[in-house]
Design a protein around this ligand. Structure first.
Ligand code: DOR
Length: 430
């Protein structure tokens, strides 16, 4: 089957290419990337004037909740949410039930995703057994079964010696260790950012330092081990500063930021909105600005959603009792377009790299380029489309978004996986 994508603006950071080109897809691969390709017989044409055409977006931080937590999300629904959000692939966090800390759970996720998934799924294995932080998982087994990274996301590895060994062993298999940076003693009992607003609301705060002391520790361990450290969802200006110093010293480290930490502040919590309860917590405008500048300065390489679906009844409780997390797959792109790209704080090239070539490189998975011969994984975005967020339209089972009713620009117009259109104009076709 041949497909011709006509009239869009190509943004391909790996090829340093930006401009009006057509893309011809044949047999699941990019066959040509040229100006004014003539549609031959039997070629399906999609006209996308004014749209951005980019290498398929990869979200490297997603909670699919399967196995075991299917009342929150499943591989089928989570990957459809990904397709709706413009993503061709997701990396699935291991805090499932059971935890993905052994080869059989990794194999289960891969097989289930192959049967029921709408997009590519790359499982992440747990660093420690049960993500308890006490004993390393069988890292060689996880690598052999196809885990693309290791993480105890949702929890830190509090014991520095165990984190050291994790970085050393994972390094032997070229697997990144994705660190959830939180000192549990400093964050204990906290439910939102510690500051003026937590005081006014009478809620226990999580200080910026709870993240920063662990960022500092993990950077020291990365220097010591030469392991591949990736900092998950960093949220504070102080973490950005530590990252910058580490990179200046030549420490091997990469980092990600979520759209919500870039765009939303702790003020979302006013009114005790449990859909704004997330870990790390939403911080201050100053933190958002520092994260945005770090992304634009290419100090932070990745945008990842930390899509964390929860059931309505779990969130519909007093603030203290609600679980941390918000859904993100279906609003990630328009949130970043509205808050950063439209105001000129981030270029399309930077955003596309942070969503495609950079996560592909870090996870060592295919993707990230539209060069002829590459697999035809493509994301198309309409920067001008304005629409209100309506959680009832989400493909995700999780409706826990603080963005309900918010007007955003720049919605994904199509998602193409292996040459097949799996989402068009917001409608998932598989
Ligand atoms: O808010 C969060 N929710 N942060 C995490 O690190 C884990 C996630 C979850 O699994 O719900």
């Amino acid at each position: 089957m041949k497909l011709l994508i006509k009239g869009g603006r190509i943004v391909d950071p790996l090829q340093n290419l930006e401009g009006e080109y057509d893309v011809l897809v044949d047999d699941g691969k990019v066959a040509a990337l040229e100006r004014n390709i003539k549609p031959g017989a039997g070629v399906e044409v999609i006209d996308v004037p004014g749209c951005i055409v980019a290498p398929g977006f990869i979200d490297m931080h997603v909670h699919l909740r399967e196995p075991g937590l299917e009342h929150k999300e499943t591989i089928a629904t989570g990957t459809r949410a990904a397709a709706a959000g413009g993503f061709v692939a997701v990396a699935a966090m291991p805090n499932t039930e059971p935890v993905a800390d052994n080869a059989s759970v990794i194999t289960y996720i891969k097989e289930k995703a192959a049967r029921e998934g709408a997009v590519r799924v790359y499982p992440i294995g747990a660093i420690t057994k049960g993500s308890k932080g006490e004993e390393l998982s069988e890292i060689a087994d996880l690598a052999e079964a196809g885990a693309v990274a290791l993480s105890d996301d949702g929890r830190p590895v509090m014991n520095a010696e165990i984190m050291r060994r994790a970085l050393e062993y994972a390094g032997m298999f070229n697997l990144p260790v994705i660190a959830h940076c939180e000192d549990l003693n400093l964050s204990a009992g906290g439910v939102m950012n510690e500051g003026f607003i937590s005081t006014i609301l009478g809620l226990r705060g999580i200080p910026a330092g709870a993240e920063e002391v662990m960022v500092a520790r993990d950077l020291i361990l990365a220097a010591m081990t030469k392991g591949k450290l990736h900092l998950a969802h960093i949220s504070t200006a102080g973490s950005v500063q530590l990252l910058q110093q580490a990179k200046e010293r030549g420490i091997k480290v990469t980092a990600e930021v979520t759209p919500h930490h870039l765009c939303l502040t702790e003020e979302e919590v006013v009114g005790y909105n449990t859909n704004a309860k997330v870990n790390p917590p939403l911080r201050t405008r100053r933190d958002c600005d520092a994260l945005g500048s770090a992304l634009a300065g290419e100090l932070i390489e990745v945008i990842a959603s930390d899509h964390a679906p929860h059931a309505a009844e779990e969130k519909d409780v007093e603030f203290d009792f609600a679980p941390f997390g918000m859904v993100g797959l279906e609003t990630a792109v328009p949130l970043v377009v509205t808050f950063l790209i439209r105001p000129g704080l981030l270029t399309w090239k930077q955003a596309v790299a942070a969503w495609s070539s950079n996560p592909a490189r870090i996870l060592n998975v295919p993707g990230g380029s539209l060069a002829p011969g590459s697999t035809a994984d493509i994301t198309i975005i309409n920067p001008a489309e304005e629409r209100e967020v309506d959680v009832r339209r989400f493909y995700s089972l999780g409706k826990n978004s603080p963005l309900q009713g918010r007007k955003l620009y720049g919605w994904p117009a199509a998602t193409i996986v292996g040459g097949r259109i799996i989402m068009r104009e917001g409608e998932v076709l598989v």
